[in-house]
Design a protein around this ligand. Structure first.
Ligand code: FAD
Ligand code: 2HG
Ligand code: ZN
Length: 469
């Protein structure tokens, strides 16, 4: 092991980290649930150096854990505790190589953060459409590796939908340069789509070309209060018909989520209700009449009883306050107790059933559980989260959490949904993949994994449980 670390240190100098204090940040997941050990943490600053790191690790049989911003929520970027895995971080590869406002594309290195990309493309008069609460730290490579969704996927799609081209270091140490920005390119298999959503199991994404969109010039945000689950769906159907292409976000929050946020000092702009929906409309046309459109829409929704109250933001500050109620949920729930996450999706029409059945099932079976669902209702993607009191014992909480998970996932599947909508499988959902996905589908995935990573060194204990063979 000393030999391999020696080679890597010779290659990267201070970019090969072995000091436990410095390495620490790379060895724990964002939620603080997993803690691993690593042979070393590597921070190469070019694709060639990264490829050499892969070759050295491969020769020595050291596992490789790709890591971007380490904000993933399923444990995919944390090494296991064997000490035989090296973390390869893209933190020193964050250059934005080009922004082309004619082609409407951006080419950037994998370690560029989503916020860096948003800022740089905005300066060029365009929009990098991906957006989510961890965007200040999450990276382009991580977003592609997890096929991240977020709040504007309802309009622009998830990371994969924005992907034009990719550069990848393969498990055998070769570099594949597929960094094309073409809108149409049917020359053989669309290999880039294999790596998107592969969670670091097939190679390391080192750069990508992504689509841009026209920059919005006007933005309106409203916060609505509703009484029933059916009204949440009804509101989305009506909004889609009324505002169609202008909806940038439609986000759901249960009454319990807003109560939790209030306990943390945030204020709700509307009367207390069972459910809330945040709406954001944007347009690149200043004369799009969004405010009138939204005012008229909300007045109609109040009159026909779809909503019971609404507030339309009057300033940038008010927009921010409304968004904080939604964007702070992950942090608010983390502080509230032992939080159990269920990132699920169902066909949009089934969202009311999902909310009702999960709440009823959990409240009937788990006396101390607080059901705090929120999420991207326009995509049918609800974070059906549950918080248990912080004071309960770890073992008991784990057991309760497991049973709650079974209940939630079974309901989602019975409604035609999925147990992983946008966060991936990582280490947290391996058993669910095996339980719920067709064996033929899993067999195909394992064959692809075997074909690209024959030595099984890339993120070995993620997505699949058993080693290949
Ligand atoms: P990491 O956490 O470092 O890695 C995630 C996975 O990708 C790991 O399996 C890792 O091995 C792999 N990986 C990382 N970089 C590469 C690379 N260059 N090549 C190959 N594999 C790589 N997710 C959403 O989809 N929507 C949301 O709305 C959302 N909101 C969030 C809000 C908060 C507060 C937090 C903490 C997380 C949220 N997430 C969300 C989850 C997370 O931020 C995203 O999955 C994000 O895309 C991960 O990026 P990262 O750079 O942090 O990746
Ligand atoms: C979000 O939508 C993220 O904010 C995080 O996907 C979800 O905290 C969660 O469970
Ligand atoms: Zn989400």
């Amino acid at each position: 092991m000393n030999d391999v670390v020696g080679k890597l240190r010779e290659l990267l100098g201070s970019g090969c980290i072995t000091d436990p204090e410095v390495a620490d940040a790379y060895l724990t997941d964002w939620r603080g649930l997993l803690r691993g050990r690593a042979t070393c943490v590597l921070r190469p600053n070019s694709v060639e150096l990264l490829a050499q790191c892969v070759r050295i690790c491969r020769e020595a049989g050291v596992g490789i854990v790709p890591q971007g911003g380490n904000t993933g929520l399923v444990g995919g970027a944390t090494p296991n505790d064997s000490g035989f895995q090296a973390v390869i971080s893209t933190a020193s590869m964050r250059k934005i190589r080009s922004i082309d406002p004619v082609d409407m594309s951006v080419v950037a290195e994998a370690g560029a953060t989503i916020a860096d990309l948003q800022a740089a493309t905005a300066e060029a008069g365009t929009l990098f459409p991906l957006s989510f609460a961890s965007e200040g730290t999450a990276t382009l490579g991580g977003a592609l590796a997890t096929n991240a969704g977020g709040i504007s996927a309802v309009r622009y799609g998830s990371a994969r939908d924005l992907l034009l081209g990719m550069e990848v270091v393969l498990p055998d140490g070769r570099i594949w340069n597929g960094l094309r920005t073409l809108r149409k390119d049917n020359a053989g298999y669309a290999l880039k789509h294999l790596f998107s959503g592969s969670e670091g199991t097939l190679g390391i994404i080192t750069a990508a070309a992504m689509k841009l969109a026209p920059q919005p010039r006007v933005c309106e945000v409203a916060f609505c209060a509703l009484e029933t689950e059916d009204q949440v769906l009804d509101l989305w159907m009506k909004l889609r018909a009324a505002a169609d292409g202008n909806v940038r976000a439609i986000e759901y929050l249960s009454g319990s989520c807003v109560e939790l946020a209030k306990r943390d000092g945030l204020r709700s702009p509307v009367q207390r209700a069972n459910h809330y929906v945040l709406i954001e409309l944007t347009s690149s046309r200043r004369d799009a009449g969004l405010r009138e459109m939204l005012e008229e829409f909300l007045a109609g929704a109040l009159e026909d009883g779809t909503i019971v109250d609404a507030a339309l933001a009057q300033s940038g500050e008010q927009r921010k306050q409304m968004w904080r109620l939604r964007e702070d949920q992950t942090e608010v729930q983390k502080r509230a107790g032992r939080d159990f996450k269920h990132d699920i999706a169902v066909p949009v029409a089934r969202v009311p059933d999902l909310l009702r059945r999960c709440k009823a099932g959990i409240e009937a079976g788990f006396a101390d559980a607080m059901v705090v669902p929120f999420g991207h209702v326009g995509d049918g993607n609800i974070h059906l989260n549950v918080v248990l009191p912080a004071a309960v014992g770890t073992e008991w909480a784990r057991e309760q959490g497991k049973r709650i998970g079974e209940l939630v996932y079974d309901i989602a599947i019975s409604l035609g949904g999925t147990f992983s909508a946008e966060h991936g499988i990582g280490r947290a959902k391996i058993d669910l993949l095996e339980k719920h996905r067709d064996p033929v589908e899993i067999d195909l995935m394992r064959k692809i994994k075997g074909a690209l990573d024959d030595s099984g060194l890339f993120n070995p204990d993620r997505v699949f449980s058993r080693p290949l063979g």
